[in-house]
Design a protein around this ligand. Sequence first.
Ligand SMILES: Nc1nc2c(ncn2[C@@H]2O[C@H](COP(=O)(O)OP(=O)(O)OP(=O)(O)O)[C@@H](O)[C@H]2O)c(=O)[nH]1
Length: 265
Amino acid sequence: MEQKKEGKTLTDVQLTRDTRNIAIGKVGVKDVSYPIVVMDKNKKFQNTIARINMYVDLPHHFKGTHMSRFVEILNKYREDIALDKLEVILSTMKEKLGASNAHLEMEFPYFVEKKAPVSKAKSLMEYTCTFSASLSDRFDFVLGIKVPVTSLCPCSKELSSYGAHNQRSIMTVQVRYSEFIWIEDLIDIIEECGSSPVYSLLKREDEKFVTERAYENPRFVEDMVREATVRLLSMENITWFSVEAENFESIHKHSAYAAIERKKG
Ligand SMILES: Nc1nc2c(ncn2[C@@H]2O[C@H](COP(=O)(O)OP(=O)(O)OP(=O)(O)O)[C@@H](O)[C@H]2O)c(=O)[nH]1
């Protein structure tokens, strides 16, 4: 729609015709920083700040999409729990932007209170989580979490007279599910798969405990993704998953890496 400002016509350039006959698969806004509300197993909800990408498809005949509408839609639902509103946000994107499919990606820090293993000292641990949702004819949702763990190399332990190389690793799990899964529960499952979980706060007695626990529990990246696979396969409500492990090797400049993806049924 054309508007006038200070005598000048505000032409809606986006609506003008493009003649190259090329449709666009994804167009929209990327890396919008916005507050969101996430469900929290212990506190009911948690306020956090997400980096958000919102995209739709654009038919070949339009010059551009209407970028302002993405943020208008996001803003409308900002007080609501993000997960509850994903489908309605996507369907509003389709409707307001005249699109046949819509995509929404959110990456956000999520904090979980953890107790140190011996002293029981409490602290908050940050996990990076992702919601990836899309709506074409059907709604699709993938929950992702990056879980840091310690890994200790079984080969190094076997070969060395003293110690074994060990490092921080990141396990990235993504799941599709039929029934709601708490982020906290998925974190617990993945943390079992390394040599030891990592913590924000450890007292001396905890440090001794986690060092010895990792030594007693050596894991290759292969072990880590296999351990995760065994656990994720046994969870009936998970319909699809992918799990990756990356060990930021303390004896190499590169990482060790493994990944498994499974669709069930
Ligand atoms: N489509 C498009 N818009 C862009 C881009 N970069 C900046 N914009 C700006 O995004 C702004 C918002 O566009 P619209 O949503 O169409 O704004 P509007 O016409 O005021 O809003 P509606 O009346 O809802 O269409 C415009 O000022 C565009 O110039 C780009 O690469 N593509």
